[in-house]
Design a protein around this ligand. Structure first.
Ligand SMILES: Nc1ncnc2c1ncn2[C@@H]1O[C@H](COP(=O)(O)OP(=O)(O)OP(=O)(O)O)[C@@H](O)[C@H]1O
Ligand SMILES: Nc1ncnc2c1ncn2[C@@H]1O[C@H](COP(=O)(O)OP(=O)(O)OP(=O)(O)O)[C@@H](O)[C@H]1O
Ligand SMILES: [Mg+2]
Ligand SMILES: [Mg+2]
Lengths: 258, 258
């Protein structure tokens, strides 16, 4: 039975998409069947995998609004064990449409029910902002992976995200767990980065899991999407790719220890 | 008569808040009366100015949903000529409420009508994602300032933003102009940064204004919010503060040339 993990943080630009793509690639490399779902209208996970949105006729919008079976819109990324559900441009109007329909927070959860049998991990890349689509992802998820940029605003926003997760637990998804916090874009030359790392590791010590693997700032990670490839394949020897491989290993160890 | 400028880009983490705060501070330094409005539930513009959200009873939510006069919720930042309208936590549920009410896209525009006489510039910091609150900001604005991080995903997302602006022009705000594109977080050591700068300057050469001032990546800009101050006051001699001062000058020259 597959596990659904939502990669979420309402703060923008913290590394959600970069983490979703490279963790998914890392898990697939270890032989696990992975499905990456792009719920962001920006479609960064989709283009970061080299999928051209203009060639796609059916996407997540059709599944969520018109209840088109999700299994029909799955795309093979070309990497072994790694499939994706792309986002299409019509996703940007989905919140307005979702507000008008029944079970609006549960559409994704219901759609994913069958797919849980087909994949070991279903990773959901979320948009910034706590929109109805993000609520759908948090309702469908077994756990939430929180990328946290080592910056002041990102740290400040963490409380709001944890509050939103607790709200989801109250009604829509009582069993929603926190998979852990992944520190991203760490720059060892700045005091600020170190301060954020220390604060997070101290504050969450006995509360939530903070991954030991810290993702450093590495230009190879931001170059990879322009080639439509996960960094793991674009530049496997880069420190960014190595960090995401280490994260995948640590993630799998954590699952095994469950 | 004051000019309303919305600082907007649905891509997350591109420097909207940092630009909104430091441009506002720069204009105020030149003697212009400035009002900065924080429409993001994250409240980064609010905390970046040292305003403690917990001490605020009335905020933008009350003005937009309950039509409370905006003039009553204005706060003095303590910097000369520089006022602010803070965001409060209840803003995160505002989209769901806005969907149910009349004139939902125009609430901010209507509220700002009186204030345009009081300020030279009203700067609106927008959240990531094209939510109903962002639509309100784009409907109220005379022009849109687009911070563009010198990264691949940010460049890719520009088309979507320009598309959204055109949609707003079709119905809600036919006179919405583009103030210009400000390149941010430029890192001269990376080829990617240079590529994005070249592409933007070439593509927009005869179409839209691209500010000559490019904001470099500078840790002082990301430290400043933890002290609750604009970088212009936190570390006036830093290259980040100097860049935003140069941007303010260029911006004012552009207004004068109108
Ligand atoms: N560790 C890193 N080092 C350098 N650049 C990075 C790193 N992680 C991500 N980036 C780059 O930083 C930018 C933001 O990352 P990304 O788009 O993954 O964040 P996000 O949280 O998904 O953003 P959004 O909120 O818009 O969805 C991107 O241009 C990405 O390529
Ligand atoms: N030129 C810069 N150099 C270094 N750091 C910067 C620069 N501009 C912004 N930052 C930092 O990068 C992060 C993102 O910037 P900021 O929060 O202003 O972007 P935003 O577009 O407002 O994000 P969001 O989409 O979440 O609203 C912040 O931590 C900020 O302090
Ligand atoms: Mg993303
Ligand atoms: Mg912001």
């Amino acid at each position: 039975m597959g596990k659904i993990i939502s990669v979420s943080n309402q703060k923008g630009g913290v590394g959600k998409t970069t983490t979703a793509i490279n963790l998914s690639a890392g898990l697939a490399e270890h032989g696990h069947k992975v499905l990456l779902i792009d719920t962001d209208a920006q479609g960064n996970s989709t283009s970061g995998l080299g999928i051209n949105r203009e060639n796609i006729s059916l996407g997540l919008h059709d599944a969520i609004i018109d209840e088109f079976p999700l299994i029909e819109i799955i795309i093979d990324t070309g990497y072994e064990n790694f499939h994706a559900i792309p986002s299409t441009r019509d996703l940007s109007g989905v919140d307005a449409e979702l507000f008008q329909i029944e079970r609006r927070e549960r559409r994704l959860k219901e759609g994913l029910h069958i797919l849980k049998q087909e994949y070991d991990y279903i990773i959901i890349d979320c948009p910034p902002s706590l929109t109805l689509l993000t609520v759908n992802a948090l309702t469908a998820a077994d756990s939430v992976l929180i990328p946290l940029q080592t910056e002041y605003y990102a740290l400040e926003g963490l409380g709001q995200l944890l509050g939103a997760i607790n709200l989801i637990r109250l009604g829509l998804n009582p069993d929603l767990a926190i998979e852990g916090i992944v520190l991203t874009m760490f720059d060892k030359r700045t005091r600020l980065s170190m301060q954020v790392v220390n604060e997070v590791q101290c504050f969450f010590r006995d509360r939530e899991y903070v991954f030991d693997t810290i993702i450093p700032r590495n230009v190879r990670l931001s170059e990879a999407p322009s080639y439509g490839k996960p960094a793991l394949y674009y530049d496997p020897s880069s420190i960014g790719a190595q960090a995401y491989r280490a994260l995948s290993k640590e993630f799998l160890k954590k699952q095994a220890g469950m």
